[in-house]
Design a protein around this ligand. Structure first.
Ligand SMILES: *Cc1c(COP(=O)(O)O)cnc(C)c1O
Length: 222
C-alpha cells in the first residue's frame, strides 16, 4: 500500500469507530506523526492532501516545516514531544498546537511569551495517566493545580493528551483521560496511536496521533 492508500484506510477506520460509538464521523482529526520519517514519505502525505502533522522535536520540526509553510498555508503542526523552556519561543512561533504543556515553569514561559506579543498556539496539557517516573506529563493529582495556574496566567487550555504505559491496557488510560477532560470541561482529547487509535476513538478521542501505521516503520536519519 502506498501512503495515500494508508491515509484512506486509516481515515476509514477512524470514521467507522466514531460511528460505531454514536459520534459524528468527522469528529476525529488524524494527526500524521512525521517524526524521523524520510522526506519522500512526508511529501507523499502532503500530495495525498494530509495537512495535520505531529512532530516531537522542535529543531527537527523547524528544519522540515518552516520553509514549507509558504506553500502549504493550511498546514496544522502539533508538537507532541516534551518542550524545554529554552525552546518555548521557537515552538510557539512554529506550531499551531502544543500538546505537551505539563509543568508550572513551562506555563510561566508560555505566558511570558504571550505578554511579549507572541501569538500562542492552541494548548493541551499532557497527563501522565500511568504516573510513570520517566515520562513527562502532569500526574492526574496535580492536574487541577496546573489548570488553575494556566487560568491565572491567562492561558486557555483546550484539552488533554496522554501516552499510555506500554504494557498496560490503553483503554483504561483513555477512559481516565476522558473523565479528567469532562470534569474540567475540556473539549479536546488527543489519544490513540498506531496500535490503539480505534479504541481511543470509541472512548472519545478528538485527535489520534498515528505514525508507523501511516508512514511505515521509522528509519534512522542519515
Ligand atoms: C511517535 C509518537 C506517536 C506515533 O506513534 P506510532 O506508534 O508510530 O503511531 C504518537 N504520539 C507520540 C507522543 C509519539 O511520540
Amino acid at each position: 500500500m502506498d501512503i495515500s492508500q494508508r491515509i484512506a484506510e486509516i481515515t476509514g477506520r477512524i470514521k467507522q469507530s466514531a460511528q460505531a460509538s454514536g459520534r459524528p464521523e468527522n469528529a476525529v482529526s488524524l494527526v500524521a506523526v512525521s517524526k524521523v520519517q524520510p522526506e519522500e514519505r512526508i511529501q507523499a502525505a502532503l500530495d495525498a492532501g494530509q495537512r495535520v502533522f505531529g512532530e516531537n522535536r522542535v529543531q527537527e520540526a523547524q528544519n522540515r516545516w518552516a520553509a514549507r509553510r509558504a506553500n502549504y498555508r493550511d498546514l496544522c503542526l502539533h508538537l507532541i514531544g516534551p518542550l524545554q523552556t529554552n525552546k518555548a519561543e521557537d515552538a510557539v512561533d512554529l506550531f499551531d498546537v502544543i500538546e505537551t504543556v505539563d509543568r508550572p515553569k513551562l506555563v510561566q514561559a508560555l505566558a511570558a511569551l504571550a505578554r511579549a506579543g507572541h501569538k500562542l498556539p492552541r494548548l493541551l496539557v499532557q497527563v501522565n495517566t500511568g504516573e510513570e517516573p520517566q515520562k513527562s506529563g502532569v500526574i492526574p493529582g496535580d492536574l487541577p493545580a496546573l489548570l488553575d495556574l494556566c487560568t491565572r496566567e491567562g492561558l486557555t487550555i483546550e484539552g488533554l493528551m496522554c501516552i499510555p504505559p506500554e504494557n498496560e491496557e490503553p483503554a483504561l488510560h483513555f477512559a481516565l483521560l476522558a473523565k479528567l477532560a469532562k470534569r474540567h470541561r475540556l473539549g479536546v482529547l488527543s489519544m490513540g496511536m498506531s496500535g490503539d487509535f480505534e479504541t481511543a476513538v470509541r472512548l472519545g478521542a478528538t485527535h489520534v496521533r498515528v505514525g508507523s501505521a501511516l508512514f511505515g516503520d521509522r528509519v534512522a536519519p542519515p
